[in-house]
Design a protein around this ligand. Structure first.
Ligand SMILES: NC(=O)c1ccc[n+]([C@@H]2O[C@H](COP(=O)([O-])OP(=O)(O)OC[C@H]3O[C@@H](n4cnc5c(N)ncnc54)[C@H](OP(=O)(O)O)[C@@H]3O)[C@@H](O)[C@H]2O)c1
Length: 322
């Protein structure tokens, strides 16, 4: 045991304002208690971090994947499936009865998502790529910023696992995406562009116009609401960092997947850049589970229920949950 777990009432503990509930006190950092997930006290001894389970591998066999896609589990398999890490990771994304905003980033050990020239394709390992395609297959739509389209010209479809292709959404306020970009290709999927300027788009591309909130850009919650109006309620915000940061700062992300690859890039754009805070007690400390993804480590963070910015009026807490 590296520390102790205490149940505390709301109020001051060792001079620190705490919510009521379970808090863990690490012997080496007694002034920085951390909230503990219900039932996670044992996990702390495994991982060293309260609320973070020991790392487990994801094993997705065909019946489990078909169940997640909504095909149904074979008789006798349900109980076993629900005990598997893969079920814990993907079942919340597979639920069709509630809206969800999942954001994902693959970054290096030094927190970078690309080189200075914008090259990012091989940061994450093959297993992480398969994981990304599973996430795409489980949502209604994938959302990216124009910076990612200009840098990578991504297809945003599902190729590494069996499953349906999501709708593709590009946030391109000023109309910078060229008509020939792969995201606009007519392959039977819905293609949507979110913009402020009146820019003509290729035939078949749906245009959603949203007014900018001054220098703050397009309000992410307005984007989520507009997509919900189009029947797209489960979203994967796949990048880049600027787009994800705007969604997190607006409290519009329920779940955040951060994959960390054992790679040091040294320079280039960093993963998440949010408005500055003065003290660490204002930092977002989401409940998180950790998974091994090949040589990478995946943090599955629940922002909706514990994110600092998600708790404000009209926050997305109601959207979150397993
Ligand atoms: N490692 C990874 O997981 C990963 C994933 C995706 C991308 N990437 C890499 O990330 C880089 C691109 O990322 P990035 O952060 O520079 O760009 P980005 O997030 O893809 O796009 C940012 C741009 O999208 C528009 N935008 C997005 N949300 C907006 C909002 N709420 N309001 C107004 N405008 C909004 C703005 O366009 P305007 O500037 O036109 O106003 C903004 O500058 C590329 O190098 C790509 O390879 C890495």
């Amino acid at each position: 045991m590296r520390g102790i777990v205490k149940r505390v009432k709301q109020g001051l503990q060792s001079g620190l304002p705490l919510r009521g509930g379970l808090w863990a006190y690490d012997a080496t950092h007694p002034d920085a208690p951390l909230p503990v997930l219900p039932g996670a006290a044992q996990d702390w001894t495994d991982s060293g971090f309260p609320g973070v389970s020991r790392m487990r591998s994801i094993n997705v066999d065909d019946p489990l994947w078909e169940a997640l896609l909504g095909v149904g589990l074979p008789a006798g398999r349900a109980e076993r499936a629900q005990a598997e890490p893969a079920w814990e990771l993907y079942a919340p994304l597979a639920r069709r009865d509630r809206p969800l905003v999942l954001a994902q980033l693959g970054q290096s050990l030094d927190g970078r998502i690309a080189t200075v020239t914008g090259h990012s394709r091989t940061i994450s390992c093959d297993e992480a790529l398969v994981h990304l395609h599973r996430c795409r297959a489980l949502v209604d739509a994938v959302v990216v910023g124009v910076g990612t389209v200009l840098a990578d010209d991504p297809m945003l479809n599902v190729r590494h696992v069996p499953g349906p292709d999501p709708a593709r959404v590009v946030i391109d306020p000023r109309g910078r995406v060229p008509d020939g970009a792969k995201v606009f290709r007519d392959d039977g999927c819905r293609r949507i562009v979110i913009q402020t300027a009146r820019v003509p788009r290729p035939p078949g591309v749906e245009v959603v116009e949203i007014a900018a909130d001054g220098d703050n850009g397009l309000p992410p919650r307005a984007i989520v609401a507009a997509l919900a109006e189009l029947g797209l309620r489960r979203l994967l915000v796949e990048g880049g960092a600027k787009t994800i940061a705007r969604f997190i700062a607006a409290g519009a992300v329920d779940r955040l997947h951060v994959g960390i690859a054992p790679l040091i890039i040294g320079a280039g754009p960093v993963g998440l850049c949010l408005p500055p805070i003065e003290r660490l007690d204002s930092a977002i400390r989401p409940q998180a589970q950790v998974y091994a993804l090949g040589r990478d480590v995946l943090f599955d963070c629940m922002l909706g229920s514990s994110g600092r910015l998600a708790e404000g009026p009209g926050g997305s807490a109601g959207l979150s949950g397993p």
